[in-house]
Design a binder for this molecule. Structure first.
Ligand code: NHR
Ligand code: GAR
Length: 202
């Protein structure tokens, strides 16, 4: 069984989609823990109700980003993960931590990368006037939102969209592509060729 640790900061709807798919599709993997940098994340309560070990570790308790990441890394490693999944995790991670999990840390970002890195991606998409928007699953590297792309889904941007309506349309796709990408990882079907992700079909 592969061991997955999920990092969240809030609602945790992607986390729930992953937990559900792992159980329903009988992945060769278990969710070893859910870790949040916010104690009041609603996703933590859901994980606890499902018997998954849960930890809150607040970045506010550490003087620097480096100190927080050292504590976070040791907490993550205490669960011996094969894969670390960022699911709405809202803290930028330092290079030493990212290097430690190279090739075994995934993120879902709410835009069609390489467009619209960073925060407020739906606002950025509306301001740019793009007609297609979406979500990207990528390996995490030191450069924010720039790691090798595993999966993407596109949605139309409609004339009367607000950030909220657009976010909801994208989120629906996130709940499909993130579990699928993670399943490919735990089944050993992902590989990197010249910095590009290849997926072996089953
Ligand atoms: N860390 C590295 N090194 N590389 C990536 O690709 C990362 C990462 C950490 C998180 C998720 C990311 C996203 O999908 C992610 C990818 C937070 C911020 C941010 O600016 C930016 C991107 C992402 C996550 N966070 C603020 C900070 O100061 C805090 C914002 C808040 O608390 O609301 O860390 O978009
Ligand atoms: C998702 O849309 C995710 O892509 C995005 O936040 C939302 C989290 O929702 N992630 C980021 O913006 C990372 N900076 P969730 O907690 O319900 O999964």
């Amino acid at each position: 069984m592969r061991r997955i640790v999920i990092l969240i900061s809030g609602r945790g709807s992607n986390m729930r989609a992953v937990i559900r798919a792992a159980q329903n599709e009988k992945w060769p993997a278990q969710i070893a823990a859910v870790i949040s940098n916010k104690a009041d994340a609603t996703g933590l309560a859901y994980a606890a109700e499902h018997g998954i070990p849960c930890v809150a570790i607040s970045h506010k308790d550490y003087p620097t980003r480096e100190d927080f990441d050292i504590a976070l890394q040791s907490k993550i490693d205490s669960f011996a993960p094969d894969l670390v999944v960022l699911a709405g995790f809202m803290r930028v991670l330092t290079t030493p931590l990212v290097t430690h999990y190279a090739g075994r840390m995934l993120n879902i970002h709410p835009s069609l990368l390489p467009s619209f890195v960073g925060l407020a991606t739906h606002r950025q998409a509306l301001a740019a006037g793009v007609k297609l928007h979406g979500a990207t699953v990528h390996f995490v590297t030191a450069e924010l939102d720039h790691g090798p792309i595993v999966a993407q889904a596109a949605v139309p941007v409609l004339e009367d969209d607000t950030e909220e309506t657009l976010a909801a349309r994208v989120l629906e796709q996130e709940h499909i592509i993130y579990p699928h990408a993670i399943r490919c990882f735990v089944e050993g079907r992902l590989s990197l060729v010249d910095g590009v992700v290849r997926i072996k079909q089953d």
